[in-house]
Design a protein around this ligand. Structure first.
Ligand code: HQG
Length: 181
């Protein structure tokens, strides 16, 4: 087995479970869950076979815990990052007073003018620490870290969620809550 097979499988699962279940003829339920046996069968039918033990390893060892099984381990879903409309059932939680958003330098002017937008995703993603934010930002280019005044956003009525894998989520962030670190 190639050493990067877990990474390739993680990317494949991200695509299918967050964005395009229809690409392999799979249907997610309203909460984003797929039946594990059906997922594996559909992947195989579409020329992308994944063995159950590899799937188990990807879920267990994924660096960001991107995927979760349900308690019976018969269903699987992505913990965050969806562009399709799923109800993750997350409860609003009070965030720390400050969170961070890592982005690329070329986006900063636009972000400071219009705020952080969810774009194709369901939420804006925020990080609890600068290192994590930097890792998110570097995916897009030269990283820039924005400090988000979540205390003031909360005071103004904003709602925050924390995904099962620890990513902070909110609808949008207006420019007045942002400062380049
Ligand atoms: C930027 C990864 C211009 C935003 C990460 C970001 C995360 C704007 C890009 C998760 C803007 C969207 C999400 C505005 C936002 N003008 N640019 N008004 N508002 N942007 O990938 O937060 O590895 O959709 O700053 O760890 O980078 O997939 O969002 O640069 O948790 O599990 O538009 O993806 O997780 O990019 O990353 P993305 P993101 P996974």
């Amino acid at each position: 087995m190639r050493p990067d097979s877990t990474t390739a499988t993680s990317k494949l699962l991200s695509y299918v479970l967050r964005h395009r279940p229809d690409s392999i003829g799979l249907q997610l339920d309203a909460n984003g869950w797929a039946d594990v046996d059906e997922l594996l069968q559909r992947l195989a039918e579409h020329g992308k076979p994944v063995a159950r033990d590899l799937l188990d390893r990807v879920v267990a060892e994924n660096d960001k815990q991107r995927f979760a099984f349900d308690a019976q381990r018969t269903r699987i879903r992505a913990s965050q990052g969806h562009s399709i409309d799923v109800e993750l059932g997350l409860q609003p939680v009070a965030p720390p007073d400050v969170l961070y958003h890592g982005t690329a330098s070329r986006f900063v002017t636009s972000i400071l003018a219009t705020g952080l937008r969810a774009g194709g995703r369901q939420h804006v993603h925020l990080s609890g620490d600068v290192d994590t934010a930097r890792r998110v930002g570097v995916r897009h280019g030269v990283p820039v870290i924005l400090r988000v005044d979540t205390a003031r956003m909360r005071a103004d009525g904003a709602v925050f969620y924390r995904s099962d894998n620890g990513v902070w989520l909110t609808g949008s962030v207006a420019p007045r809550y942002l400062r380049v670190l």
